[in-house]
Design a protein. Structure first.
Length: 426
């Protein structure tokens, strides 16, 4: 995994645990990959067991909740830490925090979510203990980041404050998931997971996308301006935030006629939002960006947000016409696997390359894995259809996701446990 031949005078080519704490992004990303791979392996095994019955896995907590919570809150905030404690201080024009200042809350989150997965198999009580530990780490991390925002005198703090508000939603959501499960209200726990997914994770992603995608595109493609007015940030916040509101409207018991009308109206909104987002990704330079794989990956990831809205609108109209929920998990996975998964792969690959002394480009392996991820998202979206092959397709999607993230994550763990190949610090 190293690009450096052993040398008496060159950088140390060996992987060493202590190198993962040389910089905030190394620690945050490394812990995120550990949780990501553990969660992906667990989910793939669950799907294989459901399809074959060969493993006999125990289930002490509802598998859908274990899966939803760890995939929303487990590795995502740890990936965020790598960005926010590296680029965040530059956005806010404040001194950065040291690895020593952030490592305890990050380790708490990693350990907590691993215990959560274990508890999902062994004991709901153990799972809730893990959730509490992870929540403590998230709150601690949120307070550290909020301190950076509070100390900032930068003239433009829009992105920093948006992220701070999103973390507030995330802390509330994770706590509410645990309290709901303890009270035996799995329906409320699911609603809080989705609230955090859209109102916390989604808002952070859209804030970073608003700041970085136009900036990176402008820097690589002459003639494409870094167009990111505040109104676009508002559009993105509404695009993801509205879905959190829809979650709570959906659990209210409405009269049948009103519920059906609501689905038609929501579908119309989602179609309008979907086309607005597709227009935005073209406005940001989608077509020319496709010539540069590492840049094109960012745009394709963002493209999935518009597609997710179109799928959601179609599903709502289908459900209204059929008077029953139809294709209801398709849009969710278009957003999580398609949009968020693609953006994570693209953004983390970019930071990992730049901060390890490597060229800012997607090589054949990363580009190939990214394309395979796109196919995997399509498989998962199709698996949400009411078809006889749904279970087999769901298992296939889970296994492919594990393979993609395993190859990608282990490769990058190899980088983060080694010093930069150019000999520079960081």
């Amino acid at each position: 995994m190293s690009d450096v031949a052993p040398s008496r005078t060159g950088p140390d080519p060996h992987w060493r645990l202590r190198y993962t704490v040389l910089a905030p992004h190394r620690l945050g990303f490394s812990l995120a990959v550990v949780v990501l791979l553990a969660a992906s392996l667990w989910w793939a095994l669950v799907q294989i067991d459901r399809s074959t019955g060969a493993l006999g896995l125990p289930a002490a907590a509802p598998a859908f909740l274990t899966h939803a919570a760890v995939m929303s809150f487990g590795f995502m905030p740890l990936f965020f830490s790598g960005f926010l404690f590296t680029a965040g201080p530059k956005w806010l024009n404040v001194p950065p925090l040291s690895v020593a200042q952030i490592q305890k809350p990050l380790i708490l989150q990693c350990v907590g979510w691993l215990v959560w997965l274990l508890g999902g198999l062994a004991s709901q009580g153990v799972a809730l203990v893990g959730l509490a530990v992870a929540w403590l780490g998230l709150v601690w991390m949120s307070l550290l980041y909020a301190g950076l925002v509070r100390a900032s005198k930068a003239p433009n703090q829009l992105h920093g404050k948006m992220v701070r508000a999103a973390f507030f939603v995330g802390c509330i959501s994770v706590a509410a998931v645990g309290l709901s499960m303890a009270a035996g209200r799995d329906d409320l726990a699911r609603a809080w997971v989705l609230t955090g997914l859209w109102g916390f994770v989604g808002v952070v992603f859209m804030t970073v996308a608003h700041r970085m995608i136009p900036f990176f595109t402008h820097g690589k493609i002459p003639g494409v301006e870094a167009w990111r007015p505040a109104g676009v940030m508002a559009l993105l916040a509404v695009a993801v935030g509205a879905q959190a509101v829809f979650i709570w409207l959906g659990i209210i018991s409405w009269p049948p006629e009103l519920a059906t009308t609501g689905l038609w109206v929501r579908g119309a909104y989602e179609w309008a939002m979907g086309f607005a987002l597709l227009w935005l990704v073209v406005r940001w330079g989608l077509i020319p960006a496709l010539k540069i794989p590492l840049l094109g990956m960012l745009h394709i990831g963002f493209l999935w947000l518009g597609l997710a809205n179109l799928i959601a609108g179609t599903a709502d109209w289908w459900s209204a016409a059929a008077q029953a929920p139809m294709w209801h998990l398709a849009a969710l996975h278009a957003f999580t696997m398609g949009c968020l998964g693609s953006l994570i792969l693209a953004m983390v690959s970019r930071v990992a390359a730049g901060h390890s002394g490597r060229p800012l480009e997607a090589g054949p392996l990363v580009w190939g894995l990214f394309l395979l991820l796109q196919a995997t998202v399509v498989v998962r979206v199709v698996a949400a259809l009411p078809i006889s092959a749904a279970a087999a397709l769901l298992t296939l999607a889970a296994v492919l996701w594990l393979a993609i993230m395993g190859l990608w994550g282990l490769r990058l763990l190899g980088w983060w446990g080694r010093v930069r190949i150019d000999g520079n610090p960081g």
